[in-house]
Design a binder for this molecule. Structure first.
Ligand code: ATP
Ligand code: MG
Length: 440
């Protein structure tokens, strides 16, 4: 039976089973703690499968980010098996088995709702509760994409495939399970997941999924802002931010996440502000690859810089001081943004500091620069200035000056401060004719 668009499992549940010699997953590639969980379940007489991104990435020869386990054991039964287990879950109950900092997520097979049971849905068919347990087969059909619904069976080391995921994986195809329109209506975040996996894996969305993506972006307006924030971090802080940004723009989804920024991207001026965002995202990707820390504050500061900068310019025209202007603009831009995507205070405060520091970095008189070096957000603000200087030539001298100041020892710093140009004019130099815009 088909339940409100939930793809109905076929009558004859004949999944394709790929025996160990027919696939590339070896136990040596599975993280030890995930194996421990699987073996413990097996020993207790329960079924244990590795599923989701772990299986998908191993089959692709990539290093999985995390390992998810699916089982027929109920959450309380899972909890009883592990000392280090906590039950969590807003939308559904999950068991988290903790090994130091590593968490293995263990989910009981989920089923589908009974026919006509729309108690767990909104008017538009969005699922808000999803906590009916089911069989392995049902669990497979309620997952998002075929390549995410492959199960590695710890009992015989085979891969179980109900939805044709193996074939899609080989073809580099991201295919929603069932009718993409219905699946995206049930949970619009799946659209962002479609973009995320396409960017990360270099997969294409299949044709019907693509059409649905182009059509249904507005459904993102229904998603609670906090969930969008979590999803944005996954989109932009996984090392594929540039591809992700381009795909979000391509499917016209970006505007539902950052409406003010999106609108201003249409007023492109010699590649700005688009190139600034892309450079900031490139920077994030490189830092992640080098395993350097990245903060959501910097990311949001970059993504919202153009609206903040424009608003500050308007306020300056209305006679606000530059510092006041950027602070007020920051407040306004953040207040508008959090109506769409949550932006926790601890991060938005930092983003506003990064913006305000752009003004303060431009003031180099007296001992100010030496004090600024001690500011907790100095490093982030300086990195931000470097990015701005890439497209704004009038900032190059300033950026280089701050670079030098940091390299000097104490006496060198004092000398540099004493010798700094007496008027701001020198750094206002513009390239003549067709030069880049000298805006800050
Ligand atoms: P990643 O590499 O980012 O961890 P993943 O595929 O493992 O990718 P998770 O968010 O960890 O993604 O989810 C694990 C699995 O749970 C997915 O592979 C998918 O099968 C299922 N899943 C997650 N979110 C959804 C959703 N919104 N709708 C349906 N299935 C989902
Ligand atoms: Mg995962």
């Amino acid at each position: 039976k088909s339940v409100l668009g939930r793809p109905a499992p076929p009558k004859d549940p004949a999944p394709r089973r790929h025996a160990r010699p027919g696939h590339g997953i070896s136990r040596a590639k599975i993280r030890e703690n995930a194996l421990k969980v699987l073996y413990r379940l097996k020993k207790a007489g329960d079924e244990g499968y590795l599923v989701g991104g772990g299986v998908r990435d191993l089959l692709l020869g990539r290093e999985p980010k995390d390992f998810d386990v699916a089982t027929n054991a109920l959450p309380d039964e899972v909890k009883a098996l592990f000392r280090n287990c906590r039950l969590i879950g807003r939308r559904f109950r999950l068991a988290h088995v903790h090994f130091g900092r590593e968490i293995i997520e263990v989910a009981t097979f989920r089923g589908h709702h009974d026919e006509g049971d729309d108690a767990g849905r909104t008017e538009n068919g969005m699922i808000v509760r999803d906590n009916v347990y089911g069989s392995l087969e049902e669990d497979a059909w309620r997952r998002d994409f075929t390549v995410n619904a492959l199960y590695y069976n710890i009992n015989d080391f085979s891969v179980v495939d109900y939805t044709g995921g193996m074939e899609d994986l080989k073809a580099g195809r991201l295919r929603a399970i069932g009718d993409p329109r219905q699946r995206y209506r049930e949970d619009p975040v799946r659209m962002l997941r479609a973009v995320r996996f396409a960017a990360k894996l270099g997969f294409r969305n299949d044709e019907t999924s693509e059409a649905a993506l182009f059509e249904l972006g507005h459904l993102l307006e229904e998603v609670v802002p906090a969930r969008l924030f979590d999803e944005i971090l996954k989109l932009f802080m996984a090392g594929y931010a540039v591809e992700t940004f381009e795909l979000l723009r391509h499917y016209r989804l970006f505007g539902y996440l950052f409406p003010d920024t999106d609108e201003l991207l249409h007023y492109e001026d010699e590649g700005f502000p688009l190139t600034f965002i892309v450079r900031a995202l490139e920077n994030t990707d490189i830092r992640i690859r080098e395993e350097k820390p990245v903060t959501p504050a910097f990311l949001f500061a970059a993504l919202l810089w153009e609206p903040a900068r424009r608003q500050a310019a308007l306020l300056r025209e209305a006679d606000a001081s530059p510092i006041q202007a950027i602070q007020m603009a920051g407040d306004e831009v953040v207040a508008r943004q959090v109506r769409h995507v949550a932006f926790p205070k601890r991060f938005s405060l930092q983003a506003r500091e990064i913006w305000a520091l752009q003004e303060r970095l431009a003031r180099r008189n007296g001992k100010r620069p030496l004090r600024l070096l001690e500011h907790p957000r100095f490093r982030a603000a300086y990195d931000f200035l470097l990015l701005r200087a890439e497209y704004d030539e009038s900032l190059v001298e300033l950026a280089e000056w701050w670079t030098r100041l940091q390299e000097e020892d104490e006496s060198g710093r004092e000398k540099l401060c004493a010798a700094r140009p007496s008027s701001g004019r020198r750094r206002r130099r513009r390239r003549r004719g067709g030069g880049k815009k000298a805006e800050s």
